[in-house]
Design a protein around this ligand. Structure first.
Ligand code: ATP
Ligand code: MG
Length: 386
């Protein structure tokens, strides 16, 4: 069937005025930058139209945030007899390709151009009457039809469609400031990063790596995660920082119980510095309250207190199962469960402090040359563009 193009609907109805224009521009630019070919894009009120044969856009619209749904559409003149004719043609082709008999249908009319006459109900009746006359085996079902024919009538023309593909919703990446996400190889931090993209924030990644205590595979795993997440924002930048020296120092000089917290405090100091360098306005972690020993309120506070940077924790109130389900939908789960430990897992003490007193932490930390170690770690940064 020769479709005319793809009609893209976006939601976030609250967006008004200037915000709406910025939102639309960002969305269009994101769609364009994901396309292999030159796309002809038209802005309609509340919609974006991608022109192209077959209605198959050369863009993965299911990876673009800010889209509520999208449909391959046929466009005709806003003229009732042409609309009726096209509805019949769409349905005929569909029934032919599906070899379906005895289905139910409904016509869904949206009259954006209120000057168009007759009204929506009358248009529905006429199209349905036409269809029933040509396909007597079909029945109307307004509640749960197996086929829905959508008609949208605008000044620019009438658009007809059968499919309505769900989009990712949210806001287009780039409509918010950039953030820097602490990406481990686990299940949680990729989901946290994705949720930030969903709210419009471009995400750079930082990973802390303790070679040779962990193998090269654990770094490759994080690269694959960042690469996969990059589909949702076009590309990704991953900073890999060595914490080998820091781990060795902590292990040598500090009480076991505080290892994880001490290492996390280093990670946050380093991440805050990298955020300034890459112009990210906040840090993001995959922490979820109470999930593991290091994620009590007391420990989160002790980790956070090393930096005034804003730290966002999109998963703080999530159950693990919810995060796992989301990771599967996003496509990061299978990468995350590859069996390569990250540095923290290997470094974990047998009895970690769960409600670490800040005074005790500071006493342990005093044994370490903190600024020197942070400076040395910053020298090891490897920037990987994916
Ligand atoms: P995840 O599944 O994201 O690894 P987790 O439930 O295993 O999280 P922790 O290991 O306590 O939790 O880590 C808490 C957060 O700290 C992670 O979500 C991540 O944001 C950050 N983090 C932990 N280890 C690293 C690392 N090696 N590199 C970068 N960030 C890390
Ligand atoms: Mg982890």
């Amino acid at each position: 069937m020769d479709y005319f193009g793809t009609l893209i609907r976006y939601d976030e109805l609250a967006l008004k005025g200037r915000n709406r224009i910025l939102f639309e521009r960002q969305l269009i630019s994101n769609i364009r930058s994901k396309s292999f070919s030159d796309l002809k894009v038209e802005r309609l009120w509340g919609r974006i139209l991608l022109e192209g044969q077959q209605g198959i856009p050369s863009v993965r619209l299911d990876q673009v945030f800010g889209i509520a749904s999208y449909s391959p559409v046929m466009k005709v003149k806003a003229d009732l007899s042409q609309i009726q004719e096209t509805a019949l043609k769409l349905l005929r082709d569909y029934l032919h390709s599906k070899k379906e008999k005895g289905s139910t249908f409904r016509i869904d009319v949206r009259r954006v151009d209120k000057d168009f006459s007759p009204n929506s109900l009358e248009i529905q009746k006429r199209i349905a009457g036409d269809i029933l006359a040509h396909f007597p085996e079909l029945k109307v079902d307004l509640r749960r039809p197996s086929i829905e024919i959508g008609v949208e009538i605008r000044k620019e023309g009438a658009f007809l469609y059968l499919e309505r593909n769900p989009g990712l919703r949210g806001l287009p990446v780039g409509s918010s400031a950039k953030v820097l996400s602490l990406l481990s190889g686990g299940i949680d931090s990729p989901v946290a990063s994705w949720l930030m993209m969903q709210r419009g924030a471009p995400v750079d990644f930082i990973h802390f790596y303790a070679y040779p205590y962990v193998g090269i595979q654990s770094k490759e795993k994080v690269i694959d995660l960042a690469k996969h997440l990059g589909h949702y924002q076009n590309s990704s930048v991953l900073f890999v920082v060595s914490v080998t020296e820091i781990q060795e120092e902590i292990q040598k000089k500090c009480n076991d119980r505080f290892r994880t917290i001490l290492l996390r405090r280093f990670m946050h100091r380093i991440a805050a510095e990298v955020a300034i360098r890459c112009k990210a306005k906040a840090l993001v972690t995959g922490e979820s309250l109470g999930q593991v020993a290091s994620q009590t309120i007391e420990n989160i506070e002790a980790i956070q207190s090393v930096t005034p940077a804003l730290i966002l924790r999109p998963l703080i109130g999530f159950n693990k199962q919810k995060t796992i389900d989301l990771a599967k939908d996003i496509g990061t789960y299978d990468i995350s469960i590859r069996p390569f430990d990250d540095c923290c897992a290997l470094f974990q003490p047998k009895a970690p402090a769960t409600k670490a007193k800040i005074a005790l932490i500071l006493r342990e930390e005093e044994k370490l040359p903190v600024s020197f170690l942070v400076g040395e770690a910053l020298k090891t940064i490897e920037t990987i563009r994916l």
